[in-house]
Write a protein that binds this ligand. Structure first.
Ligand SMILES: [Cu+2]
Length: 125
């Protein structure tokens, strides 16, 4: 009798864990989709090997580009100089992430103050 009651309560506990496990799995999947979207929409720009990757992106006004210094031993320094929009990151340490929100429409050249060959074209719609 006692062992049957134990078995029942054990199986109940197992069943009640399912919604939590399902919620956790859904949460992980949603997180992966969100990160995937950010990368797919080109809002992550890597600075690696003295180059921007990708070298060309388009986004909507008000969106933020995350610049990631993926060079383990180099400083970078992104800036934009234009009539309508200006930005200067200062020095970007290896591994650092620098968000830049493009608040104006237009086509902008993002340059690196340290590596003159680094160029990124950002089209803001
Ligand atoms: Cu650089």
């Amino acid at each position: 009798m006692a062992s049957a009651a134990l078995r029942v309560s054990a199986s109940l506990r197992w069943k009640s864990a399912w919604p939590a496990a399902l919620a956790l799995a859904l949460g992980i999947i949603c997180g992966m989709i969100l990160v995937g979207d950010l990368e797919a929409s080109g809002l992550l720009v890597s600075q690696k090997g003295r180059a921007f990757q990708p070298g060309n992106i388009a986004l909507s006004r008000g969106e933020t580009v995350m610049f990631v210094n993926d060079d383990s031993d180099l400083l970078h320094h992104v800036f934009v100089e234009s009539d309508t929009f200006n930005f200067d990151s200062g020095d970007q340490e290896p591994g650092s992430r620098t968000p830049v929100t493009f608040t104006e429409k237009g086509t902008f050249q993002v340059l690196c103050g340290i590596h003159p060959k680094m160029k990124l074209v950002v089209r803001v719609n």
